[in-house]
Write a protein that binds this ligand. Structure first.
Ligand code: ADP
Ligand code: GN1
Ligand code: MG
Length: 375
């Protein structure tokens, strides 16, 4: 199903590409909160139908769209070389852009919005929730992403969203939204506002460690939800990391942490019944094991020490972002019902509380899996 206003734009975008023979159909795809994603099916003269993924980048979330695409091209080119030299298949293990009719890497529509077309990676699954085995497999893929990009010159990447995981900045924006209280919603969410306020100092932990040079700046994905890795149906291994829009210089603990935030529980991000929202320490253990295996020793001792902070801070930050958007009038994250951002905020804050209660255990697990006694 598409929104009616997309039809003319979509036809304009589709006309910019040279598809193999008949375009059979276009359907809205995925469950992302930001971009517009479509799956296109084409029937060549001979053989099986071919699928493509067409994405229109949100101008509100990504005002610097050309810079974002420069990052995308730089990172996927680097990954392609690494995958080839490791004997892998770059058509399956990273994203591949389809050029427009006039040879460009992407199409800019009349409104200035950027669209890109990539080959669909067939025989893969994309999950919202996983078994422990598959969660560990996704962790290996994200750890490997970190490893493959460790020699990419981070300073050459743009920041498509400045201060994306700067938790101090996220907190400041939240305070401004409370202050402005545009829709008069603050009075109804006092408990949530208090929860965030009580954790103000936590918001400085990772940024301070970066400033002090304790944690190194790396190339990170920054949106490592389980549904941003494609799992090979045959091997059930995570093979292709997708959704590279927020790939930029960052901290490895952000990538670790965002996966834990989304995947180390058994509920939906917007579950209303908080008794169903519980941080699962066994899944934390599984993910830690997979991530460290995939990263193959490329993380420093300080990064290992801060992994639990990554989990807590990404969850707290996401809760704060959902709450900020709720107070602002739901302009950033796509919502499907009025209080969805508030529900999303509440699940994140419940998970933060759970992590605080499991804090010592989380550190023990990292020590045990990394084999480092002195973290
Ligand atoms: P969003 O920003 O909306 O999360 P994604 O880039 O994650 O956008 O794409 C949305 C969904 O489309 C993914 O969850 C996945 O199911 C599917 N998808 C995206 N790219 C591909 C691809 N190249 N091959 C197969 N599926 C894809
Ligand atoms: C957004 O686009 P999507 O759904 O993968 C958001 C992430 C949040 C996530 C919460 C660019 O990701 O930062 O963690 O929602 N992406 C952007 O589910 O803001
Ligand atoms: Mg996604």
């Amino acid at each position: 199903m598409y929104m009616p206003e997309h039809d003319t734009i979509l036809s304009e975008v589709i006309a910019a590409y040279d598809f193999p023979e008949t375009l059979l159909g276009t359907v809205r795809y995925g469950s992302g909160h930001i971009n517009d994603t479509f799956c296109l099916v084409c029937q060549p003269k001979e053989g099986k139908a071919i699928r493509f993924i067409l994405q229109g980048l949100s101008k509100a979330a990504f005002p610097r769209q050309e810079e974002l695409m420069e990052n995308f091209i730089g990172v996927t080119s680097h990954l392609r070389k690494k995958i080839e030299s490791a004997g892998g298949d770059p058509m399956r293990e990273t994203l591949n852009l389809v050029p427009t009719r006039d040879g460009k890497s992407y199409y800019t529509d009349a409104t200035g919005k950027v669209w890109r077309l990539t080959h669909y990676v067939e025989n893969t699954v994309c999950l919202q929730k996983a078994t422990p085995e598959l969660f560990e497999a996704s962790a290996r893929a994200f750890g490997r992403f970190q490893l493959l990009l460790q020699d990419y010159p981070a300073h050459t990447l743009h920041e498509p969203i400045v201060n994306f995981h700067n938790t101090e900045d996220r907190f400041a924006k939240f305070l401004a939204a409370v202050e402005a209280d545009k829709l008069g919603r603050a009075k109804d969410v006092e408990a949530e506002i208090r929860f965030a306020m009580e954790r103000r100092d936590d918001c400085s932990v990772a940024v301070n460690a970066l400033r002090e040079g304790k944690l190194p700046l790396r190339v990170t994905h920054n949106d490592t939800k389980l549904n941003n890795v494609l799992i090979d149906e045959a091997t059930m291994e995570g093979i292709c990391i997708i959704d590279l829009d927020t790939t930029m210089p960052g901290l490895s603990i952000y990538d670790f942490g965002d996966s834990i935030r989304f995947g180390a529980n058994h509920s939906a991000e917007d579950e209303k019944d908080l008794s169903k929202v519980n941080f699962d320490i066994e899944l934390f253990k599984r993910y830690t094991r997979g991530f460290l295996e995939g990263a193959q020793g490329s993380l420093t001792d300080a990064e290992l020490e801060y992994l639990p902070w990554g989990a807590k801070l990404m969850t707290l930050e996401c809760g704060i972002r959902f709450l900020t958007d709720y107070l602002d009038g739901d302009h950033y994250f796509r919502i499907h019902y009025p209080e969805q951002n508030l529900d999303r905020c509440r699940t994140q804050f419940k998970l933060v509380s759970d992590m605080e209660n499991s804090w010592a255990q989380m550190h023990e697990i990292v020590k045990e899996i990394s084999g480092k006694e002195q973290l």
